[in-house]
Design a protein around this ligand. Structure first.
Ligand code: COA
Length: 260
């Protein structure tokens, strides 16, 4: 599929999705959100994709936020619709994919950019990255899940401070906060993410999908995560991967998972 605002490439089990509006610091306009939805959906269905990495093009930005020029004259209803559609199409969608998603944060990750990185399953940043939720400086609040996922990742007090000050933190502070798992040089960012992807790919993709579901259940209202874990744990016993994984262990050989 041809996209206007993103690039996708699948190689060695990894689909790399690159947001490609460098002149606008990869700001998320509606078309980009639609295209990202399609690209993530396609990669999640693709048998050759075991891990998805999302990054921004250029050296300056991952994503500098939602495209401010698109919503500057919105009214209350349009504002609500913008947040609801975006959460459904992209942010909640990414968080609930069964294929692991790593955000490779290669520069500014602000507003919707940090929200996208937080919707990914985990984050790696280059040492020039800067992260923040500056929405209150525009008279609005984060609308793509930022008020929920930032406290989940860094704790309530730090999230309150970051959102109230509209400030940015650098990669090392993000590491210290647990917002990103690793910091690399800009050159090492993608190779490092691909190395982690390689480790993930050795394991059962069907079990990983179950683990994502169970972990996410901890953050869903009205859902008992322990019950989801019990159910997903049980489901694993019906998979070919479980038979292969346990048999390979007992036969003292490496498992060869089919992902079924
Ligand atoms: N929406 C729309 N356009 C954006 C954008 C956004 N979120 N972020 C950057 N851009 C555009 C700028 O308008 C500029 O376009 P132009 O060249 O046509 O004028 C271009 O990207 C480059 O940005 P610029 O501001 O010139 O770069 P800078 O290095 O001086 O500053 C930032 C970088 C990230 C600090 C600054 O762009 C910024 O504050 N962006 C907005 C961040 C934000 O508030 N995001 C939350 C949105 S809810």
């Amino acid at each position: 599929m041809n996209y206007n605002n993103i690039l996708t490439k699948t190689e060695d089990g990894i689909t790399l999705i690159t947001i490609n509006r460098p002149k606008k610091l990869n700001a998320l306009n509606l078309e980009t959100i639609q295209e990202l939805h399609e690209a993530f959906k396609t990669a999640n269905k693709d048998k050759n994709t075991k891990v998805i990495i999302v990054t921004g093009s250029g050296e300056k930005a991952f994503v500098a936020g939602a495209d401010i020029s698109e919503f500057a004259d919105f009214d209350i209803e349009e504002g609500r619709e913008l947040a609801a559609e975006g959460q459904k199409l992209l942010f909640n969608f990414v968080e609930n994919l069964s294929t692991p998603v790593i955000a490779a944060v290669n520069g500014f990750a602000l507003g919707g950019g940090l929200e996208l990185a937080m919707a990914a399953h985990f984050r790696v940043a280059s040492d020039n990255a800067k992260m923040g939720l500056p929405e209150v400086s525009l008279g609005v609040i984060p609308g793509y899940g930022g008020t929920q996922r930032l406290p989940q990742l860094v704790g309530k007090g730090r999230a309150m401070e970051m959102i109230m000050t509209a400030g940015m933190i650098d990669a090392n502070q993000a590491l210290n906060y647990g917002l990103v798992n690793h910091v690399t040089t800009p050159e090492d960012l993608l190779p490092f993410c691909k190395k982690i992807a390689g480790k993930i790919m050795r394991n059962s993709s069907v079990a990983i999908g179950s683990a994502i579901k169970a972990i996410n259940a901890n953050y869903k209202d009205g859902v008992n995560g322990f019950d989801v874990e019990i159910s997903e744990f049980g489901n694993c016993f019906g998979t070919e991967d479980f038979k292969e994984g346990t048999t390979a262990f007992l036969e003292k050989r490496k498992a060869d998972f089919s992902g079924k």
